[in-house]
Design a protein around this ligand. Structure first.
Ligand SMILES: Nc1nc2c(ncn2[C@@H]2O[C@H](COP(=O)(O)OP(=O)(O)OP(=O)(O)O)[C@@H](O)[C@H]2O)c(=O)[nH]1
Ligand SMILES: [Mg+2]
Length: 256
């Protein structure tokens, strides 16, 4: 795509019982540039899907995938990615619905994409630490995850588990979705790792992360265990499988 031409931008927002958060989230989405929304709802019990259907009547470019039961965040994103690619979006975002991610920061990601980045990751830890209302143990866990990932895989991201991301279409299309095994925090690491290994350009933008006020977290020991096992596994696979890398650019430094 030529730089400077209008881009079709999609925000993929997975939801599970986020009815209370959605009105405020919508208020914070900037009017410019125009973005379409795709909610992936897993049969929330608090009326989330009904609220979204009401929104669809008022806001053009609002879409909803309804899945039959709670199936996890990673598969929700994958359903969204497939949907977005089929419809020709140029820039595809991942974003949480719980107001942890600030939609006002969306233009910063788009700027980096227009500077040539293929995957832009919102980082809580680039140039300092910006997290509001987290218990210290969550901060430690998250920081440890970053160091652990870097140690095993070399992935040059300061915040590899961040779920506020923007993909250029070409990068998303190159992901082998069949290959992705994880569904929790590890999903974020896995996706970024594959694209980095394939030679796509990564960039980080600073974000402010605010802990959720409403609703229930998906954080649990199983998700932590999944990430702890995935990371050494990625390293092992990369040693075995030279076809991992698409080009000689594999594993380049992020754009600063
Ligand atoms: N469709 C779908 N969405 C989910 C599922 N689990 C979580 N979500 C959504 O994914 C986003 C992130 O989930 P959170 O529970 O906030 O997870 P988290 O941010 O890792 O945990 P906290 O920091 O404690 O909030 C939110 O928008 C959730 O509503 C799921 O199984 N299916
Ligand atoms: Mg959250």
């Amino acid at each position: 795509m030529k730089l400077g031409t209008p881009q079709r931008v999609l925000l993929i927002i997975p939801t599970y019982n986020e009815r209370e958060n959605l009105p405020r989230l919508l208020d914070r989405i900037p009017a410019e540039p125009a973005v379409d929304l795709l909610f992936v709802d897993d049969r929330s019990t608090d009326g989330t899907a009904e609220w979204i259907r009401g929104l669809q009547a008022r806001r053009p470019g609002t879409h909803l995938i309804e899945r039959p039961r709670k199936m996890g965040l990673g598969t929700a994103y994958m359903a969204g990615f497939t949907w977005a690619l089929e419809r020709g979006y140029d820039l595809i975002f991942e974003m949480d619905a719980d107001l942890s991610h600030d939609p006002a920061e969306i233009p910063n990601f788009i700027r980096r994409a227009n500077e040539g980045a293929d995957l832009i990751v919102g980082s809580r830890y680039v140039d300092g630490i910006r997290i509001i209302n987290w218990p210290l143990r969550r901060l430690f866990l998250s920081r440890f995850a970053s160091f652990y990932t870097r140690f095993w895989t070399g992935l040059p991201l300061t915040d590899p588990t961040s779920g506020f991301k923007c993909f250029r279409r070409e990068a998303l299309a190159a992901l082998d979705l069949q290959r992705i095994r994880s569904n929790g925090y590890a999903f974020q690491i896995e996706v970024s790792y594959y694209l980095w290994r394939k030679g796509f350009r990564l960039a980080e933008v600073p974000i402010v992360f605010t802990d959720r006020h409403q609703g229930v977290s998906k954080m649990n020991p199983r998700i932590v265990r999944e990430a702890a096992l995935l990371v050494p596994w990625l390293r092992l696979m990369s040693l075995r499988d030279v076809s991992f890398s698409r080009t000689g650019n594999a594993g380049q430094a992020p754009i600063r």
